[in-house]
Design a protein around this ligand. Sequence first.
Ligand code: PHE
Length: 332
Amino acid sequence: IQSSAQSAIKEAQSMQALEDIRIKYLGKKGELTAVLRGMKDLSNEERPVVGKIANEVRAAIEKALGTAKTEMKQKEKNLRLASETIDVTMPGKADALGHKHPLTMVLDEIKDIFIGMGFKIAEGPEVETVYHNFDALNAPKYHPSRDLTDTFYITEDILLRTQTSPVQIRTMKRSKPPIKIISPGRCFRSDELDATHSPMFHQVEGLVVDKGITMADLKGTLDLFAKQLFGIGTKTKFRPHHFPFTEPSAEVDVTCFKCNGDGCRVCKGSGWIEILGAGMVHPNVLKECGIDPEEYSGFAFGMGLDRITMLKYGIEDIRLLFENDMRFIQQF
Ligand code: PHE
């Protein structure tokens, strides 16, 4: 019994195996226990002799088990430590850091400039009513921009806004003058996608309504804006234009501006580039929003964020802004 137990102990590979051996030999139904139980059948002379041997065998097995368990514990601990070792000399995994999209960068700059002049940011829905997008903005019933070929309609009365100007209407209906807001957001027009057109694009609207607001305020505001965005030497030029919701209306051009890096290619031709539309809020629009045009006046402007971003960075294809090609985006 002793030698078979000892060789089993030698071969045991785990704590569990050692415990099984203990049960097999020393447990209630174990082999040595059976021998001890059988002692009562022995003669008086044999009993002490066998008893002594049995006790010696039990002591030997217990001792062997004890040593083996201590060694096994150490071995299992070493194995665990080895498997859990961290190699502190391995290079770390660097988290890829993202950064802002060029449109967001330019929009942040535009927001900062207008916030600096006391404007607040207002937002409106991209899914709009025909009323807010056209009717309340004084657009004639048969204005071509209302056409199915130009505008995405969801129902007869609901569309994807074609401009951020409906936010003017929502703001004037919601609050009393003085009003001084800009409203950036997505717009949609049924345009074929090419280098300069995208059916989804961005505008930043501006609206100021108060007592005694004049065209001079509009010119001063936009001139300061252009100088801050494109550089202090930038000049602005107002060309007469027409929008249904402003009277008088103008398109605003800026002089060529310097670009960083390898330069921009935007200074072709006349040396002026159009950047936005603007004008004095039409009395009909004020009236429609419950503001008395005899008491208040206002100006509004709207610019294409995508176009301005392209000019600022010398980007020649609008599609680059929306394709999310990492090679393009990582340049900014
Ligand atoms: N909403 C006009 C457009 O999309 C721009 C504009 C806004 C013009 C406000 C004048 C005043 O072209």
